[in-house]
Design a protein around this ligand. Structure first.
Ligand SMILES: Nc1nc2c(ncn2[C@@H]2O[C@H](COP(=O)(O)OP(=O)(O)OP(=O)(O)O)[C@@H](O)[C@H]2O)c(=O)[nH]1
Ligand SMILES: [Mg+2]
Length: 686
């Protein structure tokens, strides 16, 4: 358990910690000289049950409230100190308000210096304290009268702290690791050391960590938890980490940064949150009001954007967007405190709801509905609620990261909810099974209607299809979902075209016969320089116009391509040429020339250039000067994208594509990384 002091200057916080632990936490020369605390002090006390209590002693001076804030995050238990002779004073109120805004509900009031106050004064201050605590999370807290001069109440108080620690439930360490840094220093012989409270998860010697927001990477060499050398530090413990790594030094690390699991490093400067304005404020919070934001041990300038209709009145709570001057490392559900720009008073605070807040449409009803779902504390309930509302899909990886969830936790939640997951690159998107069913119905119905209206087309373009479906999925999850459906043989994917599995464009018997005569002419040994429409017409003794009509029809069906005017190649030949340029590209990463391509297809300079220009138009090749490079994102355009071929190229992170499994082992679909060229926007040379 970590105990934090709170209270007005000179009320006896440091003296009390010393009486309880035997440790003087005022270490600084200036603190000694002035007789006040300036920065945080730390002490430890072994309990009879073998556990160790950590103490964070904070300064009471109004100028050092920012230091108090840095220490107050991460404490479990507050020791609110009120001097019996002085009574409740301004920083008694302010520290109490801060503790309350941080959501700390366990604590004891130490009524100090009772040797200096007569009984009636003690009674008066006790009543004052009871009134003060009313309406806060500490309402009804025990008040213990103590004196560090006479020793009154000290043993009793210590025992009560031991009892509290004994009943305190250890924080779960199942989430990913985060530690808010309150000190960074160099230890002779050891190197760089950072200290702070482990906010979530656990850390072990040897772990790789990232300092966020700076992004500095480090390795944990050794760990002290609650002042003892250990192999592993867990949530709720004060830890000192000895860090190693390139560029790791005390000057490269600042108080307020967070040491975290590298997977969590994603600083943000725009956060949607709930904000409660303290009842003691005299003015409401208005649009774009500036403030100082305190989170963990960090402090940053911020602007407040109201998400509700009206200014926030004192004593009330409302959703806001916080636009920060600099990015911070945070997690959803973290508490924050706001102070005024001159750092003279605390004005309010609240809870972070969404770390990826949008800059636009931030007050749209749809957005506010999402925010409501974000406000749900339990991650499984929150996720279920989010997937019930537009846009009906979520980047599951980002959701897990922003709540500091471990991979195992996220997996369990997705399994419990029966989510359908789609892998796209290093991200995993999720849909509820109900939305998935709706999406699939919409997809199959759209394809059916498209085929009915366009019987001679091979299929609908990917992007056109995506825009028509309900719900509309982002490109990446959309692609991996299609991929999975193709694997299930529900649909067919031919390059950038999508069709129902059963759909096949059929030529009339007459055209069929004609094609049987023409195909060998453009598909044989001369396939890289096939005859043009006019030559074919002569060879099969037909009118040019009839040959052109048939070949254009075949192009629409995806069986031929018009590479240059009246010059058609079989689709299979185009696919073969794509393989050739891939080959050339691999051999010549700086680019290949038209002559080098011509040598491979042996078809003469003019035709070779026309083919390359055709590829340029479709984005398959990228031309610079006389050289071309291959655009790997467009390679699917002319080949039939068999599902197994694609999933072989990029393996799915969890399992094989498997749509039919119900709850329990949920499917994660292998997917591809980029959307091929939307064919609806491509003009062929005709
Ligand atoms: N008579 C009496 N004096 C006390 C007692 N506790 C503390 N003092 C005195 O009160 C003064 C302030 O004590 P500190 O412990 O430094 O007070 P603090 O709350 O830590 O002050 P800041 O950290 O500066 O906010 C010192 O001179 C102490 O000796 C007590 O129980 N009785
Ligand atoms: Mg002090």
């Amino acid at each position: 358990m970590i105990v934090g002091t709170a209270g007005h200057i000179d009320h006896g916080k440091t003296s009390l910690v010393r009486a309880l632990t035997g440790i003087d936490t005022d270490r600084l020369k200036e603190e000694k000289a002035r007789g006040i605390s300036i920065d945080l002090g730390f002490a430890y006390l072994p309990a009879p049950d073998g556990s160790i209590l950590g103490f964070v002693d904070v300064p009471g001076h109004e100028k050092f409230v920012h230091n108090m804030l840095a220490g107050a995050t991460g404490i479990d238990f507050v020791l609110l100190v009120v001097a019996a002779d002085d009574g409740v004073m301004p920083q008694t109120r302010e520290h109490l308000a801060i503790v309350d805004l941080l959501g700390i509900t366990r604590g004891i009031v130490a009524l100090t210096k009772v040797d200096l106050a007569p009984p009636e004064q003690i009674a008066k201050v006790s009543a004052e304290i009871a009134r003060l605590l009313e309406g806060t999370g500490l309402a009804g807290a025990e008040v213990v009268a103590v004196s560090t001069v006479t020793g009154t109440g000290i043993d009793d108080l210590r025992q009560r702290l031991f009892d509290a620690a004994h009943t305190m439930q250890a924080r779960a360490a199942t989430e990913r690791f985060r530690l808010g840094i309150d000190r960074a220093f160099t230890l002779p012989g050891a190197g760089t050391v950072v200290t702070g409270t482990v906010l979530s998860g656990a850390v072990s010697a040897g772990d790789k960590v990232t300092i966020s927001p700076s992004g500095l990477e480090a390795r944990v060499r050794t760990i002290h938890a609650q002042n003892r050398p250990v192999q592993r530090g867990v949530a709720g413990e004060r830890c000192a980490l000895n860090l190693a790594g390139d560029g790791v030094s005390k000057d490269a690390i600042a108080r307020g940064e967070v040491v975290l699991d590298p997977a969590l490093h994603a600083p943000t400067d725009r956060i949607d949150a709930t904000l409660r304005l303290l009842a003691t404020e005299t003015k409401p919070i208005t649009q774009w009001m500036p403030a100082r934001l305190h989170h963990a041990a960090t402090e940053v300038g911020a602007r407040i954007v109201l998400l509700g209709e009206t200014p926030i009145a004192p004593g009330t709570e409302a959703p806001v967007q916080l636009v920060l001057d600099a990015p911070i490392a945070a997690a959803e559900g973290d508490r924050f405190v706001l102070r005024d720009t001159t750092a003279q008073r605390t004005i309010g605070g609240g809870t972070f709801l969404d770390l990826r807040a949008p800059a636009r449409k931030r007050r749209a009803p749809e957005r506010l509905a999402q925010l409501k779902a974000h406000a749900i504390g339990d991650p499984q309930d929150a996720l279920a609620a989010m997937l019930e509302i537009a846009p009906y899909n979520i980047d599951l990886s980002a959701f897990g990261r922003d709540r500091a969830l471990s991979a195992a936790q996220l997996d369990t939640i997705a399994g419990n909810l029966g989510l359908v997951r789609a892998a796209a690159g290093d991200r995993v998107f999720a849909l509820s099974s109900a939305v998935w069913a709706r999406f699939k119905r919409s997809l199959l119905e759209t394809l059916k209607q498209f085929h009915a209206a366009n019987p001679d087309l091979a299929g609908i373009g990917l992007e056109k299809l995506r825009m028509q479906l309900e719900p509309r999925l982002p490109v990446k999850p959309f692609m991996s979902v299609l991929q999975a459906l193709a694997g299930e043989k529900e649909i067919g994917l031919d390059g950038a075209w999508v069709r129902l599995a059963g759909h096949e464009v059929r030529l009339t018997p007459h055209d069929e016969k004609l094609w049987a005569r023409i195909e060998p002419l453009i598909g044989g040994a001369e396939r890289f320089r096939p005859p043009r429409v006019r030559d074919i017409a002569g060879m099969v003794n037909l009118r040019e116009i009839d040959v052109r009509r048939l070949l254009k029809l075949l192009a629409r069906m995806g069986k031929a391509d018009e590479v240059a005017l009246d010059h058609f190649f079989r689709r299979a030949t185009v696919a073969e040429m794509v393989d050739i340029i891939v080959d050339l590209g691999a051999a010549l990463p700086e680019g290949f020339s038209a002559a080098q391509f011509r040598d491979r297809v042996d078809n003469g300079r003019k035709v070779a250039i026309q083919i390359l220009e055709f590829f340029d138009r479709h984005g398959v090749t990228l031309r610079r000067g006389d050289l071309r490079r291959v655009n790997k994102h467009r390679l699917d355009l002319f080949c039939s994208v068999a599902a197994d071929k694609v999933s072989g190229r990029e393996s799915s992170p969890v399992g094989r594509p498997d749509f039919k499994s119900g709850r329990g082992r949920e499917p994660v679909l292998g997917g591809f990384d980029s959307l091929s060229l939307p064919p609806d926007n491509v003009k062929t040379a005709s």
